[in-house]
Structures are given as structure tokens and as C-alpha cells.
Design a protein around this ligand. Structure first.
Ligand code: GLY
Length: 302
């Protein structure tokens, strides 16, 4: 059994953006699945699928990410290997096109888990990764969105989230490979107009990402400040462990907890060691999809 589940954000995705989300999720599934079919590891497939989503301007990850208050892109990402609980993450990193690859390098080529800002960029350069210009990551759509945010000086961000109108296009993937290993990853540009240096749930192991071969894997999306408070990804995995390994029930329990305890909004994808999939969200839409070795083509929905 091999299985791959992907998300591309949870919010009130407008109708005119739904096809782009569907297309991006489908492409990530096809590429990730091809890696797995060729004998690639779960970590390889997580990196491949998330790289596709980071390079797709539709999503708030890599190119096309939301701009912070200073009009700059700052990226967060994490990856975790369920075989050994090794993990790598970057937070507030600039000038890196694919932060998921940097997170993987930190996991595999350092004794650390999380590097931030300038240190993360230095690590990338010292480990042979190319840097890019800010302009390579900034799209016209996000410049316009940023200008609109500057007019909303008095708007409470919390209120905007509660109205479910803040775009939350974080991406993630959870994979079970042929060898029976699981891995998870998550990547984001964070929230629109965030304060420079703000870090969300995505690079926090346990909040945005978790993988453990004894249970399964999870990736979160949504309002990071709320997701951190309930340690979303690890909580969902703990629910799964306690309910006998049912990822659908665990994902739903996680989202219910998120709303009940911290009035949070977002969603999760979860996978168990049998390749069974769970997906839940409390936003009007979540871009999501999966593919397993028992299917001829991916299932995708927005
Ligand atoms: N969930 C992504 C973020 O809040 O940064």
C-alpha cells in the first residue's frame, strides 16, 4: 500500500480560484505519487509534492506567498520522518524559493530542528542551496492584496479570521511509502500582513506537522495562532492512537477541539499506517486530495 494526501489551504476559497486550487493539488498528487511509484521514500514524496505547491502561485507558500506588514515574503516550513521522529524546519526565512527543501536539509544534514531568518539562509547557502530575490517570490496579486490590507488599519485580525474571510492557503502533504514509512510536511508564507518575524504553526513540530510510524502522520492548515495553542498535528495523532487508528474520526475530533477550545479555524489531513485517510475542516472550503495504490487517478476537491 502506498498513499499520499495533500492540502492547499482552508478558507472561503472564491469560486474563481477553485479550479486553480484543484489543479495545483492534482499536480502535487501526480508528482508525489510518481516519486513513490519509482521507489522514492515518503520523505522524497513529501518534498516533491510540496515543491509543486510552493512553485504554484495559487498557494500561500514559496512563490505567491502573502506579504508581511513590511511588504516582504517570509517563509515557514517543516518536514518530519516517522521512522525515527527526525524533523527539520525553517521559520521567517527569506530569499529561498523552496523552504521545504531547506527544512529537509536541516533534518538530514544538521543536529538542529528549527533554524530561523538569517541563520536559515546562511545554512542554505553553506549547504549548496541557491538563494533567490524577494521579487522572484512576490506576485502582482499579492502586491494588490497587501495594498488593500494597508487600508484596513483598524481591522482586528482575529475578527477577520472569525469571519473566515482571511485567505489561508498553506500547503501540506502526508505520505506512506512502499517500505511502510510515513512522513509529513507543511509550508506557508503565513498570514497576510503579518508582523515581520511572526511565526505560525507550520514550522512548529507538533502544531503544523507530525509523523510517527507507530501511528501515522498529520499536516495542519488554517489560523496558526489558534493551531499552535492546541498543538494541532500531534493532538490529532494522539486522538488517532486512542481511537484505534481511525484518521477520519481523529481529524474531526481535532477540528472540533480547535473551534471549541480556541475559536480557531482551519483543517487537517491525516494518514494511518494502513494508508487510510482523514480530512476535516471548519472553514467553508479546503483544497484537498489523495491518491493510493488502490486508485487509478487522484481524488481532488475544493
Ligand atoms: N497556518 C499557517 C499560518 O498561520 O502561518
Amino acid at each position: 500500500m502506498i498513499a499520499l494526501v495533500v492540502h492547499g489551504g482552508a478558507w472561503d476559497i472564491p469560486d474563481d480560484m477553485a479550479d486553480a486550487h484543484r489543479h495545483g493539488v492534482q499536480k502535487a498528487l501526480m508528482i508525489g505519487f510518481a516519486v513513490l511509484s519509482d521507489g522514492g521514500s515518503a520523505v522524497d514524496a513529501v518534498e516533491a509534492a510540496i515543491t509543486i505547491l510552493e512553485d504554484d502561485e495559487t498557494f500561500d507558500a514559496g512563490t505567491g506567498s502573502f506579504l508581511n506588514l513590511a511588504g516582504e515574503v517570509e517563509l515557514d516550513a517543516s518536514i518530519m520522518d516517522g521512522r525515527n521522529l527526525r524533523a527539520g524546519a525553517v521559520a521567517s526565512v527569506q530569499n529561498i524559493k523552496n523552504p521545504i527543501s531547506l527544512a529537509r536539509r536541516i533534518m538530514e544534514e544538521s543536529d538542529h530542528i528549527l533554524l530561523t531568518g538569517k541563520g536559515a539562509l546562511r545554512f542554505a547557502k553553506e549547504h549548496g542551496m541557491k538563494s533567490c530575490r524577494q521579487d522572484d517570490l512576490i506576485t502582482e496579486r499579492e502586491i494588490l492584496r497587501w495594498r488593500e490590507w494597508q487600508k484596513k488599519k483598524n481591522m482586528s485580525v482575529q475578527e477577520a479570521f472569525r469571519k473566515k474571510k482571511v485567505p489561508l492557503d498553506t500547503v501540506g502533504a502526508v505520505v506512506l511509502d512502499k517500505a511502510g514509512n510515513i512522513a509529513s510536511g507543511t509550508s506557508t508564507g503565513g498570514t497576510p500582513n503579518k508582523f515581520p518575524g511572526r511565526v505560525g504553526d507550520s514550522p512548529i513540530i507538533g502544531a503544523g506537522t507530525y509523523a510517527d510510524n507507530s501511528v501515522g502522520g498529520v499536516s495542519s492548515t488554517g489560523w496558526g495562532e489558534a493551531l499552535i495553542k492546541v498543538v494541532m498535528a500531534k493532538s490529532v495523532l494522539d486522538f488517532m492512537e486512542r481511537n484505534g487508528g481511525n484518521p477520519s474520526k481523529a481529524a474531526l475530533e481535532g477540528v472540533n477541539m480547535l473551534e471549541r477550545k480556541v475559536q480557531g479555524y482551519g483543517g487537517v489531513i491525516a494518514l494511518n499506517m494502513e494508508g487510510e485517510i482523514g480530512m476535516a475542516y471548519n472553514t467553508p472550503r479546503m483544497a484537498r486530495g489523495y491518491m493510493t495504490s488502490e486508485m487509478n487517478q487522484p481524488w481532488v476537491a475544493v
